[in-house]
Design a protein around this ligand. Structure first.
Ligand SMILES: *[C@@H]1O[C@H](CO)[C@@H](O)[C@H](O)[C@H]1NC(C)=O
Ligand SMILES: *[C@@H]1O[C@H](CO)[C@@H](O)[C@H](O)[C@H]1NC(C)=O
Ligand SMILES: *[C@@H]1O[C@H](CO)[C@@H](O)[C@H](O)[C@H]1NC(C)=O
Ligand SMILES: *[C@@H]1O[C@H](CO)[C@@H](O)[C@H](O)[C@H]1NC(C)=O
Length: 179
């Protein structure tokens, strides 16, 4: 019976380690869906250069354009046509007709979007610089402090968990013996 118990402990440890790894990896896996212009949406009388300033757009984030489908549209153009507001021959027409268009930023590069129908001249244009998600920082003092805390919690958790693991094991054995 003692040997059976010992066989079960590694399995529990694997589960605990797997759960911890998933929790650690979660923030890295999350992508941001940016509503372009925030509450203003994709609109006139708004400076999108100012809006984008200081924001970090990472690969696999999305842009969400919300606008009046009867008036504006969402066209991806190159730098030249972004600057000149030329909506002829867009690189990509993201307009679906619903006034709600989602653009995946799945490549690390510069993206340029304008609204056609003359709205670009009024300022409906946005340039987005997409970068790779930075690797998780290791040397930063804040992180090392957090790691220390995690380590402390883990060893405490182990002290609390191990008797539980044994208890479950013992109950399981009792249960199996009953059958
Ligand atoms: C953008 O496309 C136009 C043609 O629509 C082309 O003349 C221009 O050179 C291109 N600019 C860049 C930066 O690729
Ligand atoms: C973009 O696509 C929409 C929906 O298919 C279409 O109605 C519109 O004419 C297109 N606009 C341009 C500039 O290609
Ligand atoms: C990025 O997304 C576009 C549109 O969904 C798709 O056509 C393209 O293949 C994707 N590129 C990569 C590198 O995943
Ligand atoms: C938006 O603001 C920037 C300064 O943050 C300015 O350089 C730019 O000309 C403005 N764009 C428009 C369309 O008004």
């Amino acid at each position: 019976m003692q040997r059976k118990l010992m066989e079960r402990v590694p399995n529990m440890l694997i589960i605990i380690v797997a759960c911890t790894m998933i929790l650690v990896m979660l923030p890295e896996a999350s992508a941001t869906r940016w509503t372009v212009g925030g509450n203003m949406g994709w609109n006139t009388n708004f400076n999108y250069t100012t809006w984008a300033k200081g924001k970090h757009f990472y690969k696999d984030d999305w842009l969400f354009f919300v606008y009046d489908r009867n008036q504006m549209n969402v066209l991806e153009v190159n730098k030249t046509n972004y600057e000149s507001c030329n909506s002829d021959n867009p690189l990509h027409n993201w307009t679906t007709g619903a006034g709600r268009d989602v653009v995946p930023l799945n490549v690390t590069r510069n993206y340029y979007f304008i609204s056609g129908k003359g709205f670009c001249y009024g300022g409906m244009k946005i340039a987005i610089h997409v970068q790779n998600l930075p690797p998780p920082p290791k040397a930063s003092p804040i992180i090392s402090e957090a790691t220390t805390t995690t380590t402390t919690i883990s060893s405490t958790t182990q002290i609390i968990l191990l008797p539980i693991v044994f208890a479950i094991g013992a109950t399981w054995d009792a249960f199996i013996n009953l059958c």
